[in-house]
Design a protein around this ligand. Structure first.
Ligand SMILES: N[C@@H](CCC(=O)N[C@@H](CS)C(=O)NCC(=O)O)C(=O)O
Length: 209
């Protein structure tokens, strides 16, 4: 397999953390998003969507979304389980992960991509050009605040987001919280449960990737 990564970008970090938790050895190819390598003809042959992460499988097929990649790796390398161990746990983790991606990760992205000058014509990632909408900076910030409220209450009586076990939901949320530094809107004094959980996750070796 070959993992197309960008060491500074949040989406591939979700997969890097997952790979580190599983202790899998995969060849890594760095794609320099700052140099716009994702738009090169060479990379488009690998991922026509022009985003990272991407995972090329041994049979040559390509997975182009974090979600598909982690589900594939979970099937091939089941231990330690990161997407639940029973049908119910798996469904819960997927449900939580979906909400975290859409309401946390995308909220931060919305605030960030609609403000940063370098994304003036690329307010959304991918192959099409979309202009920024300045109003979405404020909406992204509001959604991020709502995400923190939700996450803080979710962690009130649970060690991890899905319960007693660390899961991919913790990875997605952890990367989203770290990504929020880019919009200078990290969790604050009202979010003691997030702070406790963030400290615990930060101590895992996978948090260093
Ligand atoms: N849903 C995709 C999103 C991937 C994505 O948007 N990645 C960003 C990096 S965090 C990217 O490739 N950006 C390229 C660009 O901005 O042109 C996934 O999670 O795999």
């Amino acid at each position: 397999m070959k993992f197309y990564d960008c060491s500074t970008a949040p989406s591939p970090r979700r997969v890097r953390m997952f790979i580190a938790e599983k202790k899998i050895e995969i060849e890594v190819v760095e794609v320099d998003l700052g140099a716009r390598e994702q738009h090169s003809a060479e990379f488009q042959k690998i991922n026509p969507y022009r985003t990272v992460p991407a995972l090329v499988l041994d049979d040559g097929s390509v997975l182009t979304s974090s979600t598909a990649i982690v589900h594939y790796l979970e099937s091939r390398f089941p231990e330690p389980a990161l997407i639940g161990s029973s049908a119910e746990e798996r469904a819960l983790v997927m449900d939580l992960d979906w909400h975290i991606e859409n309401e946390g990760f995308m909220a931060v992205g919305e605030a960030f991509r609609n403000r940063a000058r370098s994304f003036a014509k690329h307010a959304l990632t991918g192959r099409h050009e979309y202009q920024q909408i300045p109003e979405l900076v404020e909406r992204g910030a509001q959604r991020t605040a709502h995400f923190y409220e939700w996450l803080n209450s979710r962690l009130e009586q649970r060690q991890f987001i899905a319960g007693d076990n660390f899961s991919v939901a913790d990875i997605t949320a952890f990367v989203a919280v770290e990504f929020s530094a880019w919009i200078k809107q990290q969790p604050g004094p009202d979010h003691a449960n997030i702070a406790r959980w963030h400290t615990e996750v930060s101590e895992r070796p996978s948090a260093g990737v």
